[in-house]
Design a binder for this molecule. Structure first.
Ligand code: Z5A
Ligand code: MG
Length: 212
């Protein structure tokens, strides 16, 4: 009989909502509680494709908009063999941003449809749970100013939030809205509970395919 698989858990949400903080803490907490868990992030800036993306985000190079969208997607696809192997071996993956960031950001640029933006990511491993860390722009601003990366302006971030709202209307995906204005510990407690529930629910299920 095949062993249990791990769950694919994605963190998405507003700028400075705490995705990276919670992704790290959730992996630690799940391990403490006896689960096998590992973290991943997108963009994964260490690969050759990731280095191109990083240079674009840091405004050190200019990459045409369609092209950079496809690079972000390729940066996910290049990790898929490893992701599937880990999930099948029973490791739960906690992923800091995924295809939803890809679609929300590119489709906020002029002349990009959601349909076009989703297509390159169709068929990626489907998340079992997407934790959307929800934070108002005012609360985000209280956590410090924007950095210097290309998308870090408030006008653009407002558009991105609208796109996330549209993506969350897709009921074929397991979105959970989390109040990210709580303390770090309270957010962690909430998402740990949700994550342990999903780990149990999907352990005998096949890995799904996103947007197919
Ligand atoms: N992008 C794209 O265009 N296409 C794609 O396909 C993908 C991404 C995957 C990557 O940025 C950029 O690429 C991003 C989207 C785009 N552009 N933007 N904007 P990134 O992921 O590297 O961004 P980041 O620098 O990590 O920022 P972030 O993700 O927006 O922040 P965060 O991870 O959500 O927050 P954090 O770093 O955990 O916390 C932010 C601060 O708040 C920090 O000082 C914490 O200590 C504090 N914090 C966290 N939680 C709390 C609570 N609960 N209370 C108080 N303070 C808190
Ligand atoms: Mg982050």
């Amino acid at each position: 009989m095949a062993g249990r698989r791990g769950a694919l858990i994605v963190l998405e949400g507003a700028d400075r909502a705490g995705k990276s903080t919670q992704a790290r803490r959730l992996v630690e907490r799940l391990r403490q509680r006896g689960h096998r868990a590992d973290g991943m992030r997108f963009p994964e800036r260490t690969t050759e494709i990731g280095k191109l993306i990083s240079s674009y985000l840091e405004k050190k190079s200019n990459i045409e908009d369609h092209t950079v969208h496809l690079l972000f997607s390729a940066n996910r696809w290049e990790q898929v063999p490893m992701m599937k192997e880990m999930l099948r071996s029973g490791v739960t993956l906690v992923v800091d941003r995924y295809a939803f960031s890809g679609v929300a950001f590119t489709s906020s640029k002029e002349n990009f449809s959601m349909k076009w933006c989703k297509q390159p990511d169709e068929g990626l491993p489907k998340p079992d749970l997407i934790l959307f860390l929800n934070l108002s722009p005012e609360a985000a601003a209280a956590r410090g100013g924007f950095g210097n990366e290309i998308y870090e302006t408030s006008d653009f971030q407002v558009k991105v939030q609208k796109r996330y709202q549209e993506l969350m209307e897709d009921k074929s995906l397991n979105w959970k809205l989390v109040d990210a204005s709580q303390t770090v510990d309270d957010v962690l407690k909430e998402i740990t509970g949700m994550s342990e529930g999903i780990i149990e629910d999907v352990k005998d299920q096949p890995i799904g395919k996103l947007w197919t």
